[in-house]
Design a protein around this ligand. Structure first.
Ligand code: FES
Length: 350
């Protein structure tokens, strides 16, 4: 049998190994997901991606089910929609999803799906005990009352960043995402990369100062390149009123959404009043602002003096990963061709 199936009546081809969700996304069929995290092993935790496969006894989790030849799949049948709506109602009842006060409002997948399927939160009783929020991490707040236990943060920590600082803990209604020994995040193995923040589909993990910033949906994302090292990670700067309020990893090479702690949280220097805006030249023991012409004249004169007195190899040049390839090429060219030394090195990071 050829590798074809039908998706909502349309014939689609698939490659062996693809899941039903892969085939649907490739064919622009929107199947909602909460726990699915690209490039990680599907957990099937949220049951939001359930679809109806003709002949199957139960609804099938499309994120984990391999596509098969001849499958007849319905992604929005009455049965599917009823199941998704009930699932959403259970999730809404499981915590305090008060969207008015939630920093994720407007960017929350649960909120968007509740709206899409007309799900409210009053049919079921609250079924999970309240765990106190964890604000021990300087960058993040974990609000367990908003956690839907989708496990994306666990997968991001374990499979994407390969830190393994968090996992599921406890059992049944008391289940919670925990660190080793359920320590506060600030005292755990967490390296503060913020990958969990980026993948959380609700407001359970939020920026510590999120309430002082505009909502993400009210900001404009501007693509840029992180300048902390030579990897060249792609970032989205979330900007409002010409101020960068937040940084997220862009889903592009080389980082594909991931960032380190510096790239994600180290952006406040952008507006620091201590930033140098002009070259400084030391005069009478004091660093004073100068023009670029004056500064370059001082450097040229002093390098010339050192070379004349001690030879070219008395000069060494250190470059930086924060420079572009072109700048690093130019500085080694300057050292070898202008100064006449091969004393060129690179600090590897900053
Ligand atoms: Fe498939 Fe969560 S996305 S079960």
């Amino acid at each position: 049998m050829s590798n074809t199936l039908t998706l909502n009546g349309a014939v689609c081809t698939f490659t062996p190994g693809e899941t039903i969700l892969d085939v649907a996304r490739r064919n622009h069929v929107d199947i909602p997901t909460l726990c699915h995290l690209k490039d990680t092993v599907p957990t099937g935790a949220c049951r939001m991606c359930l679809v109806e496969v003709k002949g199957a006894r139960a609804l099938v989790a499309s994120c984990a089910a391999p596509a098969g030849p001849g499958m007849e799949i319905e992604t929005e049948s009455q049965r599917v929609v009823r199941s998704r709506k009930m699932n959403l109602e259970l999730l809404l009842a499981s915590g305090s999803h008060d969207c008015l006060l939630c920093p994720a409002s407007g960017d929350c997948t649960l909120q968007a799906l509740a709206f899409r399927y007309g799900a409210g939160g009053t049919r079921f009783a609250r079924r999970r005990p309240a765990h106190a929020p964890d604000a021990s991490n300087p960058f993040l707040i974990r609000d367990f009352s908003k956690c839907i236990l989708c496990g994306r943060c666990v997968q991001a920590c374990k499979e994407v960043q390969v830190n393994g600082a968090i996992d599921y803990g406890y059992r049944g209604a008391a289940t919670k995402i925990v660190t080793r020994n359920d320590l506060p995040l600030g005292q755990s193995d967490c390296v503060f990369c913020g990958e969990c923040l980026q993948v959380c589909p609700v407001g359970a993990i939020a920026l510590a100062d999120a309430r002082k910033k505009p909502r993400q949906c009210d900001m404009t994302a501007v693509r840029s390149t992180c300048a902390y090292c030579g990897v060249g990670c792609q970032v989205d700067l979330h900007v409002r009123d010409n101020v960068v309020h937040m940084v997220t990893g862009a889903d592009a090479a080389p980082n594909h959404g991931s960032l380190c702690v510096k790239g994600r949280f180290g952006y406040e220097f952008i507006r620091s009043p201590e930033r140098l805006t002009a070259p400084l030249v030391r005069r009478d023991g004091e660093l004073v602002p100068a023009t670029w012409e004056e500064a370059l004249d001082v450097v040229a004169e002093r390098l010339g003096q050192v070379k004349a007195q001690h030879g070219a190899d008395a000069v060494g040049v250190l470059t930086s990963a924060r420079c572009t390839n072109e700048e690093n090429y130019l500085i080694q060219k300057f050292a070898r061709a202008v100064v006449g030394t091969n004393n060129v090195d690179h600090c590897a990071r900053l």
